[in-house]
Design a protein around this ligand. Structure first.
Ligand code: A3P
Length: 306
C-alpha cells in the first residue's frame, strides 16, 4: 500500500505548462486520441467546483430519478474521468458493454454517454469533442471557495502533493501551480468559449441557491423530460446531506492510503462562503486585486456568499 509519505513524494508533470498527475501525462497520447461520439456529453470542471455533484445530477436525470439505478456503481465508474485512462475495475464489469481498458471502455458506453473530465483547459481536450460538436456541461465555482476546497483535498488525497500551510497554498493556487493549472485560465477559457459551442455554463452557487431551477436547465440541455415530482426527488437525492451519506458518491470505498477521510472528508462542507473562515483580511485584499487583473475584460460574475 502507498504510505502517505510515499504519496506525498508524487512529482507532478506538465503538458503545455499545465501541471497534471503523472499517470495522465504518461497516457497523454491515448487520451488525446479519445474518440468522442456526436451525442456524447462531456462534464467539465475545474477541480473542486462540484464535479461529483453535477455527475450525480446528470445520472439521476439519465435514470429518470431511479435511486436504485444510481446505486449501480460508484460515481467515478458511472462517469469515468477521461484523463485517468486507467484499467477497468472489477466492479465495473456489466456497467459498460465491454470492460476494455480505460478509454476504450468509455467509447463503448451507450449514447448519450456522459463523460466526466475534471478540469480541462480547452486546449488540452481531445480534439474529437470539438470535431463532433459535442455538448459540454461546465460548472464554475468562485475562486476563493475552490481554493479552500482544493487545499483540504490536497491534505487528504495522497495522490496529490502536500499543500503545505494555508499561507503557502494561497500562493501556489494563485500561481496556478496545482493540478489542472490556473483557476483563472480555466474559467476564463470556458466562459469565452461558451457561446461558440454547445456549452451549458453553470455556477455552483446557483445550484446551491436554486437547485430545481438549475437541474431543470441541465435536463433541458440533455434533451430529457422528467416530470415535476421526479425533479423534486432529484433535488432531494442530490443534496449535500444525502450525497455525504451515499457510499456511491462519498468516496468511502476509496482506500485510506489514497484518500484519508480522517484528515478531511471528501464531502467536506458543501457551502458557499467557507473562504471567509480561511482568508485573512490581508489575503482577501490581495486576492481581490490579483483577481481584478487576471479577470480583466471578462464579464463573469460570481456570487461569493448566499
Ligand atoms: P467543499 O470542500 O467546499 O465541501 P469536486 O466534486 O469537483 O471534487 O468538488 C468537491 C466539492 O463539492 C466539495 O466542496 C464538496 O463538499 C462539494 N459537493 C459535493 N457534493 C455536493 C452537493 N451535493 N452539494 C453541495 N456541494 C457538494
Amino acid at each position: 500500500a502507498l504510505t502517505s509519505e510515499l504519496g506525498k513524494q508524487i512529482k507532478l508533470k506538465e503538458v503545455e505548462g499545465t501541471l497534471l498527475q503523472p499517470a495522465t501525462v504518461d497516457n497523454w497520447s491515448q487520451i488525446q486520441s479519445f474518440e468522442a461520439k456526436p451525442d456524447d456529453l462531456l462534464i467539465c470542471t475545474y477541480p473542486k467546483a462540484g464535479t461529483t455533484w453535477i455527475q450525480e445530477i446528470v445520472d439521476m436525470i439519465e435514470q429518470n430519478g431511479d435511486v436504485e439505478k444510481c446505486q449501480r456503481a460508484i460515481i467515478q465508474h458511472r462517469h469515468p474521468f477521461i484523463e485517468w485512462a486507467r484499467p477497468p475495475q472489477p466492479s465495473e464489469t456489466g456497467f459498460h458493454h465491454v470492460a476494455q481498458a480505460g478509454l476504450k471502455l468509455l467509447s463503448s458506453s451507450n449514447p448519450p454517454a456522459s463523460i466526466s473530465q475534471s478540469a480541462k483547459i480547452i486546449d488540452l481536450l481531445p480534439p474529437s469533442f470539438w470535431e463532433n460538436n459535442c455538448k459540454f456541461l461546465y460548472v464554475a465555482r468562485n475562486a476563493k471557495d475552490c481554493m479552500v476546497s482544493y487545499y483540504h483535498f490536497q491534505r487528504m488525497n495522497h495522490m496529490l502533493p502536500d499543500p503545505g500551510t494555508w499561507e503557502e497554498y494561497f500562493e501556489t493556487f494563485i500561481d496556478g501551480k496545482v493540478v489542472w493549472g490556473s483557476w483563472f485560465d480555466h474559467v476564463k477559457g470556458w466562459w469565452e468559449m461558451k457561446d461558440r459551442h454547445q456549452i451549458l455554463f453553470l455556477f455552483y452557487e446557483d445550484i446551491k441557491r436554486d437547485p430545481k431551477h438549475e437541474i431543470r436547465k441541465v435536463m433541458q440541455f440533455m434533451g430529457k423530460n422528467v416530470d415535476e415530482t421526479v425533479l423534486d426527488k432529484i433535488v432531494q437525492e442530490t443534496s449535500f446531506e444525502k450525497m455525504k451519506e451515499n457510499p456511491m458518491t462519498n468516496r468511502s470505498t476509496v482506500s485510506k492510503s489514497i484518500m484519508d477521510q480522517s484528515i478531511s472528508s471528501f464531502m467536506r462542507k458543501g457551502t458557499v462562503g467557507d473562504w471567509k473562515n480561511h482568508f485573512t483580511v490581508a489575503q482577501n485584499e490581495r486576492f481581490d486585486e490579483i483577481y481584478r487583473k487576471k479577470m480583466e475584460g471578462t464579464a463573469i460574475n460570481f456570487c461569493m456568499e448566499l
